[in-house]
Design a protein around this ligand. Structure first.
Ligand code: HEC
Length: 519
């Protein structure tokens, strides 16, 4: 049975009004589609950016209408990993259900262009420093060559930070030198010159690692991904930049088919007055990872100690490698409430980042941070680095796994932040195996002069530390977080007590006879 046209029109307009959905035959590029693509896709999909093609013009978009429909419907694009409703973040890249329908209708209708008069002004993209001229610009010392095709590259560049005193930083802006290949960047600090030792080892600027930066960083300055907006810290809050630190800039490059070079830079904005609240971090991690081959849903749990003080959480940074599928972090407060901090259900190593909370999340003293991670070690996981799948344990290499979720926090007072730092050291020690080392029977309840002597030993210890003697391998190897067979200064510092004191005393004994050997 067919209805008269006029009734069909009334019925379908009623439907349009009832559902708030634009009718398929009314969707055009000029009217509805261009604004969606410009707002949500063009930050990466325009000439000179990381997206593999531009989505600015009708011609560019129309030939991919079906692809756009599918990929947005699967929520593979725009890339945004956190689950909606589990933590409220800034700079969310997520299309509304209505936008998805509009894009689908447009593809189904054969991608009509529409009336040129409907086309809004195309977006303007500013390409300068978004926060204005920085106080300090740190640049890669030399351009880095990115090959035309092959695996993605993770490269750490070590950059001297010319400050003559300790400073506090209000904002950091990363500026990719070549947006066609720079996928994202993470910024770390190294106060001990450990990264510098590895710099240029293979004849190219920087050094290669896969997961971390191959050393224990002494601080961090955030990160960057296409479309992220640099922001200033709230009044009075700052990131600590110790004099003599190097910036270690880890850049993830995605080759784009042509040989490219990159010369990225970082703008630093200091706080007007020294910040009274310093941003710190809490890492919740597990090294008890042992994933049998063929297992599709291997769960690893990790949790923090109860927080020794109230904290305010600014951002969260989940981290796994290629077998990772899912990571969820919740905070369980002392009264048993569970606060959602982040949930990523389709982990992708290539799209990792630091997610900033829209409203900082207050966590009371006694809160426990819990992490659940899921790994897929089957051949069905296309990202599995081993074929056939192999047993996978903790480590920094492509073929190893990690389970780490960090949060950046501020506390009310510096004394409270000290408590957080001690908790971190204790946690790291526990994660690394904990337990009591028995390297001789030195007193652990040291007097002040002993304490000063130990601090001095630590200060004098070369940044790259010492090779772990064979006899102590099974006791000390677990503190060797970068697996280089040595315990460096930061690794010794991070050890839990009383192991730390015992090791320092052992070093002290060893250092002294060595000194007398020399004339
Ligand atoms: C933050 C940057 C970014 C944004 C925003 C973004 N894309 Fe992408 N897109 C990429 C990158 C990079 C790739 C290349 C593949 C990859 O790295 O995942 C890509 C790939 C694609 C592909 C090809 C996928 C394939 O399998 O070859 C399509 C289609 C696509 N994007 C559509 C969109 C649409 C539509 C939007 C907006 C709704 C969008 N993208 C938003 C960065 C982005």
């Amino acid at each position: 049975m067919s209805l008269p046209n006029s009734i069909r029109l009334i019925l379908s307009s009623a439907l349009v009004i009832a559902c708030g959905v634009v009718r398929a035959d009314e969707v055009t590029f000029n009217k509805q589609v261009a604004p969606i693509l410009w707002k949500n896709c063009a930050s990466c999909h325009r000439p000179g950016q990381i997206g593999p093609f531009s989505l600015i013009t009708y011609k560019d978009a129309a030939k991919r209408a079906e692809f756009i429909k599918q990929i947005t419907n699967d929520r593979r694009m725009p890339p945004w990993k956190p689950e909606a409703g589990f933590g409220e973040f800034r700079d969310v890249r997520r299309l509304s259900d209505e936008d998805l329908k509009t894009l689908a209708h447009w593809a189904d209708a054969g991608a009509p262009e529409g009336n040129p008069k409907d086309l809004p002004q195309p977006p303007k993209f500013v390409d300068g420093w978004q926060l204005g001229e920085p106080d300090l610009v740190l640049k890669m010392p030399k351009p880095f060559a990115v090959y035309a095709s092959g695996r993605d590259i993770y490269r750490n560049f070590v950059i001297t930070v010319p400050v003559d005193r300790d400073r506090t930083v209000a904002a950091v802006e990363f500026r990719p030198g070549n947006r066609r290949v720079v996928h994202h960047a993470l910024l770390f600090l190294d106060a001990y010159g450990q990264a510098r030792k590895r710099d240029g080892g293979d004849g190219q600027p920087g050094y290669a690692t896969f997961g971390g930066i191959g050393i224990l960083p002494t601080g961090g300055l955030g990160g960057w991904a296409p479309g992220s907006t640099p922001r200033r810290m709230p009044e009075g809050v700052g990131m600590y930049l110790a004099k003599g630190s190097d910036l270690v800039m880890q850049v993830h490059y995605h080759p784009d088919g042509k040989p490219e070079t990159d010369l990225s830079s970082v703008g630093i904005y200091f706080t007007a007055k020294p910040a009274t609240k310093i941003v710190g971090g809490i890492a919740v991690r597990s090294r008890s990872i042992d994933i049998p081959p063929g297992e599709s849903h291997h769960v690893v749990h990790a949790q923090s100690q109860p927080l020794p003080t109230d904290v305010t959480t600014l951002a969260v940074f989940p981290h796994m490698h290629n077998l990772g599928r899912e990571m969820k972090m919740t905070a369980v407060t002392p009264d048993g409430a569970e606060l959602p901090l982040i949930w990523i259900r389709d982990w992708d190593f290539n799209w990792q980042g630091s997610y900033q909370y829209r409203q900082p999340v207050h966590l009371p003293k006694g809160t426990v941070l819990k992490v659940d991670a899921v790994y897929d070690n089957t051949a069905d996981n296309p990202k599995n680095p081993s074929s056939p799948p192999k047993r996978v344990t903790w480590g920094e290499q492509t073929t190893d796994e990690m389970c780490l979720c960090g949060v950046s926090v501020v506390t009310e007072t510096p004394a409270d932040m000290k408590k957080i730092r001690s908790m971190n050291f204790a946690q790291l020690g526990a994660v690394l195996g904990g337990g009591i080392l028995s390297l001789g029977d030195s007193k652990t309840d040291a007097g002040d002069s002993d304490k000063r002597a130990r601090d001095e030993v630590l200060r004098q210890l070369p940044a790259n530390g010492f090779a772990i003697p064979d006899a102590y391998k099974d006791k000390l190897a677990r503190f060797d977080t970068n697996n280089d067979g040595r315990l460096d200064r930061a690794e010794v510092e991070a050890m839990p007590e009383p192991s730390r004191t015992r090791v320092i005393d052992a070093i002290r004994k060893k250092l002294e006879p060595e000194k007398t050997d020399k004339p």
